[in-house]
Ligand binder design. Sequence first.
Ligand code: ADE
Ligand code: ZN
Length: 347
Amino acid sequence: MTAVKNIPPERLPDLLRRMPKAELHIHIEGSLEPELIFALAKRNDVVIPYSSVEELRKAYAFTNLQSFLDIYYAGASVLIKEQDFYDMAQAYFKKAAADNVIHAELFFDPQTHTARGVGMETVINGLHRACVDAKTLGINASLIMCFLRHLSEEEAFETLEQALPYRDKIIGIGLDSGEVGNPPEKFARVFARCRELGFHLVAHAGEEGPPTYVWTALDVLKVERIDHGVQSVKDPALMQRLARDRIALTVCPLSNLKLCVFPDLASHNLRQFLDAGIAATVNSDDPAYFGGYMNDNFTQTFAATGLNGQHAWQLASNSFEASFTDAASKRRYLDALTAVFASFENN
Ligand code: ADE
Ligand code: ZN
């Protein structure tokens, strides 16, 4: 592990903001800010059951994952045309670039849109065009298509079929939506097919659900990363497995706070994963709904839990190591990280 020289605590927030980082867990529909929801509703003549941006923001008081998902799927109903998907993703990329995100892998939920009659090509072409244009902002971006786990495996197969003409625009497959009662093994056959097709595989597991869901995501779905995974601390054998196989966890502290997975940020268990040698990363999940993008997640979590410069290095380098990109890009990312840390250590 690269040793980081002492970073004075007062300089840590600035380092966290300036260090280059990869975001590996962002639902692009969760980046729809209330202002853009209202603008798109007007543009597309969609009626939303809120009279103002303020009233909508006031509704963002969640008690658990499902209470959030209900409002999140309603918010996505304003997305109709290819340009809407482009505008949403571009707005996210601008925020990400300001946070020194240099690599982003975006989740999208096609079933939320195709169920409303929006074409798969509309969704993917809009998002993909924004990913291409993200290069001008200094971000290497790609798409991970998620299946909604509250729906059936048959519907996931249909979604895969619809997406196959655009497979060169998708690097991976994920699994999201309501976790408890929808275990990973429900999607065993469709994930096996996606694996045969050569997609990278990830799944949400251990966000609210038990450690057994993390085990089956690994052993049945054969995913390469676990999204969230914070419930894994309840199972020491699972912690050893995650560490031994360098399975990355895409942890989302502000999401966990807003969805009441932890009572406060100081109680978050991110440090336990790092201490156990697990490749944890920090991510924003649904930043428009949870009150913060990448740098908010880093600075607030470090302030609340007392993490230090060494942890900052580890989290950023884990994000690059766990990303689905080539070795040369990973080396470039690490060089950029080294340069920023050097500028803080020497001055
Ligand atoms: N979809 C969007 N955000 C999610 C989350 N945090 N968990 C599961 N599904 C999601
Ligand atoms: Zn998520």
